[in-house]
Design a protein around this ligand. Structure first.
Ligand code: PMP
Length: 286
């Protein structure tokens, strides 16, 4: 059976799920999106993802043509049509069909589509043994350009960072911000541990405010693990005892090498393991 994809109120077979070449989402990257996980039949952090989607849309002055309830119903309908209990949901809102000019006012109606599918970001082995990463030369967006806090359809900086990672023979790249401080990975947030304290860049350090990131900060507080949001430099990464990345698709991935420097013992650290296990429990509890 072919996967079903929801586009503006209708379900289509994956092969027939198509949008116009005149859609400004394609022509200009004019749109926003969310990546969400479903665990045991429940959409994890649904409200947080919807809030971020609406916030992203607001900043790019895109009016989502559905209510929150309609978007929830569209997600539920698509998950059900594909008989998923555990999957990844991609929610995309584009500016819609227009003309061959930038003017978004000539796009009468934004489009939304919902894809549900399985996703595996990194090989299973990396979750157990850890992952090597590099820092990329390409930086995160300047906050006064399109803010990194907007989950927009333009991921070119991040894609270029991923190409640099691939060139270096690793799976991920850490991106710095316009000031040279640590921002995040190409599609994930980053955490370090030093002297028993967990640290992650602040929301003004050029990051997407990850929902998994926020869940980890919450878990630290519940588990009485000290955790702070602070500006980090590359040096902080190199001297960290532990490091991990977080994201909806990736979940929690230990990082054991950065730019050729071994992190801690070179194996996933105890706090990383504890938080990763707690996160997995949390995904089943809500
Ligand atoms: N940073 C970037 C650039 C991302 O695209 C993502 C989402 N894949 C994240 C961080 C992680 O965010 P979340 O935990 O909300 O998935």
């Amino acid at each position: 059976m072919s996967l079903k994809v929801w586009i503006d109120g209708k379900l289509y077979d994956k092969e027939d799920a198509k949008i116009s070449v005149y859609d400004h989402g394609l022509l200009y990257g004019d749109g926003v999106f969310e990546g969400i996980r479903v665990y045991a039949g429940r959409i994890f952090k649904r409200e947080e993802h919807l809030t971020r989607l609406w916030d992203s849309a607001k900043t790019i002055r895109l009016a989502i043509p559905y209510t929150r309830d309609e978007v929830k119903a569209a997600m539920e309908q698509t998950i059900k049509a594909n008989n998923f209990t555990d999957c990844y949901v991609r929610l995309v809102v584009t500016r819609g069909v227009g003309y061959l000019g930038l003017n978004p006012n000539k796009c009468p109606r934004p489009s939304m589509f919902v894809i549900t599918d399985t996703i595996e970001m990194y090989p299973r082995e990396m979750y157990e043994k850890g992952m090597a990463v590099i820092t990329a030369s390409v930086i995160r967006n300047h906050p006064n350009a399109i803010s990194p806090r907007v989950k927009s359809l333009n991921y070119l900086n991040n894609i270029l960072a991923r190409i640099e990672a691939a060139d270096a023979g690793v799976s991920e790249a850490i991106m710095l911000n316009h000031e040279g401080n640590v921002a995040e990975c190409s599609a994930d947030n980053i955490f370090i541990v030093r002297n028993g304290q967990v640290a992650t860049p602040t929301t003004t350090d050029g990051i997407l405010e990850g929902i998994t990131r926020n869940a980890i900060i919450d878990l630290c507080s519940r588990m009485a693990i000290p955790c702070i949001e602070k500006t980090l430099q590359r040096h902080d990464l190199y001297i960290a005892e532990e490091c991990f990345l977080t994201g909806s698709a990736a979940e929690v991935v230990p990082i054991t090498k950065i730019d050729g420097r071994t992190i801690g013992t070179g194996a996933p650290g105890p706090i990383t393991k504890k938080l990763s296990e707690a996160f997995h429990r949390h995904t089943r509890e809500g």
